[in-house]
Write a protein that binds this ligand. Sequence first.
Ligand code: F6R
Length: 602
Amino acid sequence: MCGIIGYIGDRKACDVIVKGLKRLEYRGYDSAGIVTGDGEKLEIRKGAGRIDELTKKLGFLEMKGNRGVGHTRWATHGVPNDINAHPQTDCTGRIVLAHNGIIENFSELKEELIGKGHTFKSDTDTEVIAHLIEEELKSSENFEEALRKALRRLKGSFALVIIYADEPDRLYVVRKESPLVLGIGNGETFAASDVPAFLEYTNRVVFLDDGEYAILTKDSYVVKRLDTGEVVEKPVHEISWTLDMAKKAGYPHFMLKEIYEQPRAIKDAIHGNREAIRSVAEEIASYDRVIFVAMGTSYHAALAGKYLLQRLARKIPIVEEASEFRYEFGDLVDDRTLIIAITQSGETADTLAAIKLAKSRGAKVLAIVNVVGSMATRIADLTLYTHAGPEIGVAATKTYTTQLTVLTMLAIELAKVLKTADEGYLEKLEGQLAKVPEMVELALKHDEPLRELAESLKDRRDFFYIGRGIGVPTALEGALKLKEISYIHAEGLSAGELKHGPLALLEDGVPVVAINPTGKVFDKMISNIEEARARGARMISLSDREDMAKVSDVFIEMPEVDELLSPIVYVVPLQLLAYHLAVMRGNDPDKPRNLAKSVTVE
Ligand code: F6R
């Protein structure tokens, strides 16, 4: 997720912006850039690398002017390099902007604009916005009108701070589904992705809502609606956050912030893949031998991917931990094999080794990755990005649900190409997937009851998580979340396995978490739940069916969703439960002991 800071006032803009960028560093980035202006003269300096290095190398602090915009880029379209760093400009260099978000329809807009004579310098989706405003300016009375016309044509998410050279007394800012807040100072105004960027100068904040834009001068701000141009009165909030709290947007931990970011992240995963998914599906559709490789949480996403491909694309994939694959499977792979490697970081040593081995045997490799430009994306034949944005908490949350989102889209698209599922059903699934962010919002509403539940469970030594069918990966992931941050022993298993051994461990009060969405195996799960209850288990169940309440000690009501989409929604209460248990037991959920965010050694 990129970071933006805009400034207009009497200070040297570059000082404010470099400090602001440093304060946004925690969001993660691969490149950075600044534009500042003195009157109509604008200067841009940008490049790939860390802010401290770039400040020295490019002389950020020598830049002149009292207004400017800075940006830290987390690549989504186009690799991290100097040219793709923001700010981006139109052909004339007079419209300069920084962007956070994803422009879903950028390829078609780019083609159209190239047809009209525009010259593009970068591979970013962002640059399209500058050229589109330039184009609209030709038939508009003023810049504001051109901006509104251009923005109405964009699909996707965007927070923007824009400088127009011809209007040296102002900045334009826009927000749609990506964060942006205004800071109101005395004779100076700020705009940023997050409050910490300007908290040193002012704690008076205006929160923009989706579909709003604002015109900022040093002494004023006016907020308007993008669709109608109507002025919107916005209250000024005085916030009392410390810098650390501000970085977490007021949440006590990054993990909780990231859990709450999931509706937005899932939307970005959908927007960001709509164009790419078709060609990837076409390219891999003919492979009958499909092997998923991944580790940890990504391995659980792969397990869900297996169910999705089985049910929708009628394929029978194998799912292997990359650490096993590399020693057991290598010589079974050939050029008729498709490897789907799932890795948030794109740097996990075992997963990279599996990809390399598969490639050396002629296999085709599709990587599903969060970090753009990471090693996995460089060595795979094809890449789909999850667009979750940087994840700072060690435990994977939003990167998991976005992996699941991409896998669901891929399975649907494969089914369309292969004609292996009913078209009406696929359309229904697509429609429901678009609503999954809202369902995740509903699942998040269980936060407080889950905190109360955690209170009664915090001294338990063992937990069991059970599911069947596509509920199995959710059970495994719920158990993994609990283990890694609360340090409580937990087992995730297929409920059918209970009576083959694990039932012996159940005794009075042992918490068993059952995942049971309406679906193929709903009734089978009820039998398994009864088995566990008969041994004294304390049954905590997640379901959309109210009758589940009768067989549960604690019932967590879930929104109605097709069972194939349930992994994305059902994991959310499990993340929250693990989080609260970790905090209650005095652990730092962001930095669990013995674990690293990216396991780059074998
Ligand atoms: C668990 C977790 C890990 C990772 C695993 C793979 O919360 O984060 O289990 O999922 O280390 O990492 P990536 O996806 O980066 O390959």
